[in-house]
Every structure is written in structure tokens, then in C-alpha cells.
Ligand binder design. Sequence first.
Ligand code: FAD
Length: 308
Amino acid sequence: MKIIDPSFEIQDDLDRSSLAVRLEACGRICYKSEDQITENSAIPFVTKIAAHGHNSVLEVAAVSLQVKCSSDYFFELLSCYPKYLVIDRTEKGMLVTGSIRSFRELYSSHSQNQVVSELVSVIAEKEPFLFQDIFDKKKALESNPEIDVTKMSLQQIDVLPENLLMKHRFVGVKFVVNRAVTHELVRHRPCSFLQESQRYCRYSQDKYDGQVTFIKPMFYQDESAEFKLWVESMEDAEQNYLKLLETSSPQAARTVLPNSCKTEIIVYCNLSEWQHIFKLRTSKTAEPSMREIMIPLAAEMKKRYSMM
Ligand SMILES: Cc1cc2nc3c(=O)[nH]c(=O)nc-3n(C[C@H](O)[C@H](O)[C@H](O)COP(=O)(O)OP(=O)(O)OC[C@H]3O[C@@H](n4cnc5c(N)ncnc54)[C@H](O)[C@@H]3O)c2cc1C
């Protein structure tokens, strides 16, 4: 068995990548199949995953659109009750941010809404493969010259006034932590998540060195009796898991794995939600293994966004 420390990584690199590359990099964490990423693998992977209904992959890429229009169109968009979009009125119209999933589902149920149609046609023009099954330019509503939609770059989002930046800037973080910590993380409902799957990952395989990885608990000193007992317990769990894998599937064998098991999770949300998470998860009342990772993450985030 392997014992490692918890860690995190703010996904700055993916912010500079195309949407397809971002979605693939995040989606493959579930299967731990990052080794299969090639120059041309992103679009087929994302298309296949969406067709299989693994929809949360399409949540981890947000798009922001600047819309110049009269206030009538603002209310027309609101008439669809777009639950998963962030919408703000601006001097010239509105600012709309949402994930690929949110725009896809909004269009699927409101293709006859003029604003929805304009928003989606701009994204679909830039990323046709993400909408090819639901959006056909020839059948879509005719373009309305009173609605002018422009996709914003990350550089434009990063210089928005603070109140808008907090809501429209989405940031992804990859955590390598134990399963007790991820169980708490996934309680934060406005976030999107993708997590290494114990249903699909078979830790007896060579790519895992045939062993289970555990996160070192911060509660026990290295040479303490408690730590030794913890190590013994993990060894027993690993042995039983590997034995069960000889005759059953990973989803059956995983039932003997403990909370200390290492897992990887991507958490994706806007700065406002990160601020909320930091408030709850760095406080003295938070779980210590959560604080262990959240206190340094909050400090890193503050270096990038001083208001955090
Ligand atoms: C110290 C501590 C101890 C805890 N102990 C327990 C425990 O014993 N058992 C347990 O089950 N959980 C426990 N939790 C989890 C906690 O109750 C929340 O589920 C978790 O912290 C998510 O935070 P949240 O609900 O504030 O906001 P998020 O889910 O992060 O949502 C962000 C904001 O969105 C809004 N929001 C989202 N969904 C809704 C909704 N459906 N209705 C209204 N507003 C919404 C709220 O304004 C909220 O502030 C604990 C958390 C902490 C920090």
C-alpha cells in the first residue's frame, strides 16, 4: 500500500486551454485514464461521454457572454427561469455566464426563446461539437439584430468590477484527499464535481502498482501507537479488497475500503462560492483534515484574487 499527503492544484493551465481539452482533462479523472490523452483525443472523448449521459463532465467549463440588448430581452431570458446561469444587468444589456451543460439544457427546452437562441448560436459557432446533436443553424430562429452577443475572453472577465468578477469568474481546483473530505466537499451545491470512481478504477492493475493508496491522517504522530494501528487497519482493508477483486468487480470489492482511501476530485465554481467554502471550511469548527487543505488553498486563491 502507498501512503501520501493530501494536496491541491488550482487548474490555471486548463484556463488557458480550449474547452474540449479542459473537459477531457477533467472528465478523465473519473476513470484515471489521463494516460490516454493525445493531441486528437479530446473531441471524441467528450462527445462519447456526453452521449452516455455522464453529463457532469459538461459542467466544468463555463462560458461568459456579453449581450448588448434592450431590457425587454433581459426579461425574455428570465422568463425561462434559467436556474444554472449567472445573469447580471449591465449598462448596455447583460452579462451571462454558464456551463456548457447549462446552455445545452436551456436550449433543449427553450429553443424558441430569442435570447437563448442567440446565446447558444454564438457558443455553437465556436464549439460546434458541443451542440451538434441539439443545435442546427438552419432550423434555429433567425438571428435578431437587436441582440448582439460576444463571447468574453478570460482576460476580459479578470478585469470585471469586483461584484461581477466574484460571480462570473469560475475556478477549478483538483484535490487529492481522502474520501471523508470529498464527502464534505460535495455538500457544496452550487459547485460542479468530477471524482475518481472506485466503480471503474481497479487498484490491482499495474497502473496503480497493484496497490491501494491512502491519505496520511493528520491526527496521528508518525511513531505513535495510534498511527501503527491505523497502518495495520489500512493493510487489512487493502488485503481484503485485493482478495475480493479476484472473484468480484471493483464496485463490489470497494465496499471494504475505508474513508482514508485516496481519491481525486475536481471542484469547479465561481469565486463567490469559493469564498463561502473558505469561510466554512477554514474556520476552527471545520474538520481538521479539511482545514489542512483549505487554509493553504485559500491563501493561494488570495494571491490571485486579493478580495478573497
Ligand atoms: C462545521 C460544520 C459542521 C457540519 N456538520 C454537519 C453534520 O453534522 N451533518 C450534515 O449533514 N452536514 C453537516 N455540515 C454540512 C453543512 O450543513 C452544509 O451542508 C455544507 O457546509 C454546505 O454549505 P452550505 O449549505 O452553506 O452552502 P452551499 O451548498 O455551498 O451553497 C451555497 C449557498 O447557496 C445557497 N443554497 C444552495 N442550495 C440551497 C437550498 N436548497 N436552499 C437555500 N439556499 C441554498 C445558500 O445561500 C448557500 O449559502 C457541516 C458543515 C460544517 C462547516
